[in-house]
Design a protein around this ligand. Structure first.
Ligand SMILES: [Zn+2]
Length: 377
């Protein structure tokens, strides 16, 4: 592993490591803190996971996808990287499948607890136990009609989703069932592991109650998907909660996280570990503010949510990317509505139209801040 201290990117962040750890191995990034990666789908290629060393064992932070490849790699780690000590607990930052996919396997193998926030645990349980999909119910149909999607999109989505439920991305394909119980983490809790104290810092917007871990002694934050250095985390409104305002929660979380000490080394779930936490948070806040301004400008004339997608995303989107992009567009609209910058009316065709409340403000000159593709993290 090549380490080059002081590697600065054009965005003002600093990446001390050039590469990820080789699969099946770990790198010590600080006293008692080890970094490893597991395979991912699509453009993400990997997820970063971490190990925290206690006197009599290890805590695993996030677990990778529920695939056999990842399971095998975990056993390589257990055999070669833990110095003969067992795992004594699994901490999952949030409930997405790349974070919880092996939580059942590891907690069963060592008969140790899962630690999560309550909101994340129960959302994971509700996905893990199945139940009717909103993509084939009137709830899903109404959602996509309201936001201006054509009828054949619903068919495509239902098809993709039924394929997905048996595919590698599904929560249902976990090799061992998701744990039936957990130890609750709450914002402000402190976990004493080895010689170090880790504060639980809860954020929201990407997922309901996402836990980051901050060690002020080591000046390290394990940030999960709450703070990523290069890609932006998906912040979406879903059919399960059509009136949600996740971008409001996301922006409030960023304001809260700006109090993280400036010299903190951030260990994210994707991309490389970095310095520059406040700079990154400011970039993300500006990114979303600029996108909201672009939407507001476009909504001088009434627009459906679907019509907003080219304002936010340049490339042609496949059905899955369209679903995520639409969820993000709606999230931006909901925060704009909360701020009284746009209003929503239901038209006879069953679709909402969004219209700027102050066309003069909305038409002030803007930069083009569109992203290439919605991110999947
Ligand atoms: Zn996530």
């Amino acid at each position: 592993m090549a380490v080059s201290k002081g590697n600065r990117s054009s965005q003002g962040l600093e990446y001390p490591y050039d590469e990820h750890p080789v699969k099946g191995t770990t790198i010590e990034v600080a006293d008692g803190v080890r970094w490893l990666t597991m395979p991912m789908w699509g453009s993400l290629t990997h997820i970063n996971l971490y190990l925290l060393e206690d006197e009599d064992g290890w805590f695993v932070i996030d677990t990778g996808l529920g695939t056999n490849d990842t399971k095998k790699l975990w056993h390589t780690i257990f055999d070669n990287e833990l110095g003969g000590k067992p795992v004594k607990g699994v901490i999952c930052t949030h409930m997405h499948p790349d974070h919880i996919g092996q939580a059942g396997m590891i907690t069963e193998h060592f008969r140790v607890p899962l630690y999560m926030t309550r909101g994340e645990f129960y959302q994971a349980r509700s996905f893990a136990t199945g139940g009717p999909s909103h993509h084939s119910s009137w709830i899903g149909q109404e959602f996509y009609t309201r936001y201006g999607m054509p009828a054949n999109y619903l068919e495509k989505l239902a098809k993709m989703w039924s394929g997905r439920s048996t595919g590698k991305m599904s929560m249902m394909s976990m090799p061992t069932a998701f744990p039936s119980g957990f130890h609750r983490l709450e914002d402000g809790d402190v976990l004493s592991i080895g010689d170090h104290h880790w504060e639980v810092v809860v954020g929201s917007g990407h997922s309901p109650e996402h836990a980051c871990l901050l060690c002020r002694g080591l000046k390290i934050m394990i940030s999960g998907d709450q703070i990523l250095p290069i890609i932006t985390s998906n912040v979406s409104v879903h059919p399960t909660e059509p009136e949600a305002n996740p971008l409001k929660a996301w922006m409030e979380s960023h304001d809260k996280l700006l109090s993280t000490p400036e010299d903190t080394f951030v260990l994210p779930a994707h991309n490389l570990p970095f310095f520059g936490v406040r700079e990154r948070l400011r970039q993300l806040i500006n990114h979303h503010e600029e996108r909201m301004l672009a939407l507001e400008e476009f909504c001088v004339e009434p627009q459906t949510a679907q019509a907003l997608l080219p304002v936010l995303f340049k490339r042609k989107l496949d059905p899955r990317q369209t679903m995520m992009a639409l969820g993000e567009a709606i999230a931006h609209c909901h925060l704009l509505m909360y701020r009284d910058r746009i209003e929503r009316t239901l038209h006879e065709d069953g679709a909402y139209r969004f219209t700027a409340t102050d066309p003069v403000h909305a038409q002030e000159p803007r930069l083009d801040t569109r992203d290439d593709v919605p991110t999947l993290a």
